[in-house]
Ligand binder design. Structure first.
Ligand code: COA
Ligand code: NAP
Length: 289
């Protein structure tokens, strides 16, 4: 097995009843790494079986094996690119057949792509790539799960993993901010259109979550990290388990009358200024920022 920071917890203190998600099947895109991996683990520790999706087949299979072994539940790796609807549908069909033709009850759209780039250097292809993965990918998977499972099984729950980037127009993030704004809009539209079919749809927006690819890519390993920390009212970075616990609440019956919301789990960070323009200019000296 390859080295990975995506290891399961040595111990987990359940915040909820341990069989809260018993007999459910959860599908998590991006479940092979980072926040998605921990969400999958914590869901499984609450009794459900899981399907995880991502493009890197070996990493995904290794993650599924670790998750199954740590939790005693079943986790199926379903490699695919969320931008390709036929590939997604066939991966889902195959995974459900491995689970004895059960239905998906919970969908988490966590797959995303990001990088830091000033708008005056960003190409249309770069902008489109991030929109495609985050927004179009979330729509493709939501439609696929709705058609194949929710519409035939009295409904289900969708949780879209978003971000707060666009609330204040963070620098170097025009592509990701636009993509997550679209994701949050999709949450509301699907919540309205599919509500009477038993489908709840919500967004969860993490703040800076340590020990993740997203955190590293957005400055978590740079001198900027200290400034980011100082701007967080709760005075610490988030953990993957913080996000997973909030996700358990939103997909569980405890949230059975909650639909169409975006829950921000960021220690209050979005309300303060993390990166002043003077710092952003230093990050991208070639840009006209
Ligand atoms: N700066 C500016 N533009 C960039 C870029 C960067 N660092 N990285 C990619 N792009 C743009 C380019 O226009 C590129 O096209 P080009 O190579 O022809 O110029 C375009 O994005 C597509 O990049 P590519 O690497 O071909 O796309 P991909 O689909 O293989 O990968 C990414 C998508 C770029 C988002 C990649 O970083 C990824 O797979 N990320 C997943 C993990 C991740 O980002 N996690 C954090 C989640 S918050
Ligand atoms: P991550 O580990 O890189 O997670 C992204 C996942 O998406 C990876 O498992 C990746 O797997 C998958 N993915 C990317 N493109 C895909 C595609 N085209 N098809 C299928 N799967 C794809 O990063 P993370 O930081 O944990 O981020 C997880 C989520 O949290 C993302 O939605 C992100 O926007 C959000 N978020 C993170 C932070 C943070 O601080 N980390 C803050 C705010 C929001 P493959 O590469 O194998 O495809």
């Amino acid at each position: 097995m390859t080295e990975s920071r995506d290891v399961c917890l040595d111990s987990y203190q359940p915040m909820f009843r341990e069989n809260l998600l018993q007999n459910q099947v959860a599908l998590i895109s991006g479940g092979g790494s980072g926040i998605g991996f921990r969400i999958t683990e914590v869901f499984m520790r609450h009794g459900c079986d899981a399907i995880i999706m991502g493009r890197k087949e070996q990493r995904l299979r290794e993650a599924a094996a670790r998750l199954s072994s740590a939790t005693g539940r079943t986790c199926i790796a379903a490699p695919c690119d969320v931008r390709q609807s036929e590939m997604v549908d066939s991966a889902l069909r195959e995974a459900l057949s491995k689970l004895g033709n059960r239905h998906v009850n919970i969908l988490v759209n966590g797959a995303a792509g990001n990088f830091l780039c000033a708008a005056d250097s960003l190409t249309p292809k770069g902008f489109r790539t991030v929109l495609d993965i985050d927004a179009v990918g979330s729509f493709i998977l939501s439609r696929c799960v709705y058609d194949r499972c929710f519409s035939k099984n009295g409904g289900g729950v969708i949780l879209n993993i978003s971000a707060t980037l666009y609330y204040k127009g963070d620098v170097l993030q025009a592509h990701a901010g636009a993509a997550k704004a679209a994701v949050d809009a999709l949450t509301r539209h699907l919540a309205v259109e599919w509500g009477d079919r038993g489908v709840r749809v919500n967004s969860l927006s993490p703040g800076p979550i340590e020990d993740t690819e997203g955190f590293d890519k957005l400055g978590g390993k740079s001198p900027m990290a200290q400034r980011m920390l100082q701007a967080i009212p709760l005075a610490r970075f988030g953990t993957r388990t913080d996000i997973a616990n909030a996700a358990v609440f939103l997909v569980s019956p405890a949230a059975s009358y909650v639909s169409g919301i975006t829950m921000v789990v960021d220690g209050g960070a979005w309300m303060t200024v993390a990166v002043p323009m003077s710092h952003a200019r230093k990050l991208m000296p070639s840009s006209k920022l």
